[in-house]
Write a protein of this length. Structure first.
Length: 175
């Protein structure tokens, strides 16, 4: 199953990479594959040490980096795992440059629940750090749009992928 996990991660990264510009901040970076694939022109942060994280943080809503210092901020299959999502999106707003973009990949909750149950015992998320009380199985596109709007973002595009089971959302700061 680890090879399937790597295949799906690579699929997401290949979809996201063409949209990344300037300095990249990948929040919930896992093994930091996106930053490495982007030739290291960025920073991967996570609360869990997956092995190649640039910056391990305790509170994802308080990232010790400068205001407006990133042209791209990404959450690749990670926003649902972060308990304080609303505060984190406000933090992303602070860190994103005025012309920057936010990229989020997300699977719907029902699909994620079934997927994780099928992979129980072989899912790195569950083996390495378990599923915590405030994590969600996924986030619906409607709920994601509401959260983004409340944090000051406007959705620019949505791309379905992985047999339409996953969505890449690109947003920017509201003018």
């Amino acid at each position: 199953m680890y090879s399937l996990t790597n295949l799906l991660r690579s699929w997401r990264i290949k979809l996201v990479l063409p949209h990344v510009t300037g300095r990249l901040l990948d929040i919930g970076c896992g093994n930091n594959q996106l930053v490495r694939s982007y030739n290291g022109k960025g920073t991967g942060v996570d609360v869990h040490d997956w092995g190649d994280v640039d910056l391990i943080i305790e509170d994802s809503a308080n990232i010790p980096l400068e205001d407006g210092s990133f042209e791209t901020i990404s959450f690749i299959a990670s926003l649902n795992h972060i308990p304080n999502r609303e505060s984190l999106l406000n933090e992303a707003y602070r860190l994103l440059s005025s012309s920057g973009i936010l990229i989020i990949t997300m699977i719907p909750p029902r699909v994620s629940f079934i997927w994780h149950k099928l992979r129980s015992g072989s899912d790195p998320d569950q083996i390495e750090r378990d599923h915590h009380q405030h994590e969600l199985w996924g986030i619906t596109q409607y709920d994601l749009k509401v959260m983004l709007h409340e944090a000051g973002f406007n959705v620019k595009s949505e791309v379905k992928f992985m047999c339409r089971l996953n969505t890449m959302t690109i947003a920017s700061k509201i003018d």
